[in-house]
Design a protein around this ligand. Sequence first.
Ligand code: S3P
Length: 415
Amino acid sequence: MTVEVKNRDCFEGEFSLPGDKSVTHRAVMLNGAASGEAVVSGALIAEDCLSTCNCLRKLGARIEREGDTVFVRGCEDFRSGVELDCGNSGTTMRLLTGLLSGKGIEAKLYGDPSLSSRPMRRVAEPLLELGARVETTDGCAPLRLFPASLTGKRLKTSVASAQIKSAILLAGLSAEGVTTVEEPSLSRDHTERMLVAMGAKIKTDGLCSSVEKSALKAIDVSVPADISSAAYFMALGALKGKTLCKNVGVNPTRIGILTAFERLGVKFTLKNRCVSGGEERADILVERSHLKAIELGGDVIPTLIDELPLIALLCAFAEGESRIYGAKELRVKESDRITATTEMINALGGDCRETEDGFVIRGKKKLAGGTVESFLDHRIAMTGAVGLAASEKGGEILRAECCGISFPDFFEKLS
Ligand code: S3P
């Protein structure tokens, strides 16, 4: 599907954005493995989270949906011999592999061509150390799981990844003894927060989290709006007007984009801050700003990992030369996001050069617009659309249907 995006001189509006993808995955998966019934409201109804719902259904949980409310009745003894289609979703595949590895079942987890090319040894290897029987296909999906007894251990991950950390912690729920995971810098902590709320024996101390064998109790979850989806409308406010994104999740491990905004000179305000269900939220007002070049790298990267294509785009509109580094993980996302972002910015008329672990972007006052390839990656398609909307003449996004992975009504909201 090709979508035409018209340029506009001004964007002003108030937005309710779709539910947080990470929180929705975890609310469905963990309640699906818990005793009792739960209501997940404000859930993200998009392809990735529907993959999680379908996998849990196959495993024996009861999952029903009315609008963006998901009703979950958990199942403590999962069905064995199941084949689980994880679609495009790395979170579904990696978290489920951890969760299922000590559940005494046999399962095959597979996905689409993009997911089947992403690295899975990073999850399989720590689980093997706990005693799991996990087989990859040359380091990738399909993955095969066999019954095994797990024993807790202390493990260090070499990349800051919430998916790896969560897989280990979820395996630890069925392991004898204590399972500890230490990461090089802090990745998103939604799993830890939800496990606490569900009564698991879990402790977090800086970069380390430890869990003991625990049964989970179902809890209702009210999902905040996803800051990764709000980010596109926040960026349009910064470039071209004034936007208010409502009820956005502002968990401290997810708000690196606000740090990037401060450095870029973006004017923003957080209003109506509150905590609900263990997750901070706020309305975020962003106003047209004069942007200046930034240097971005180090521990902030995991806290804005999914927003990096968009931050790179903002740098293309900023005064001066920006450098983003330490973001090699972008190469193993739904596409190689270093190459895809570089091509997208250059197709818009910008000046971006890829480095091994990031970008060097020379800012311009105006970008012409043009034809943008999505690489079948939702974040590239939506970032490209923001670039076109803020460009001189607009243009088109090729293969834009991939927005359905995380934000099905993105183009309606944009128009
Ligand atoms: C996610 C973690 C991140 C992120 C992904 C969702 C999660 O991946 O890129 O979109 O829900 O745990 P990594 O933690 O592997 O970097």
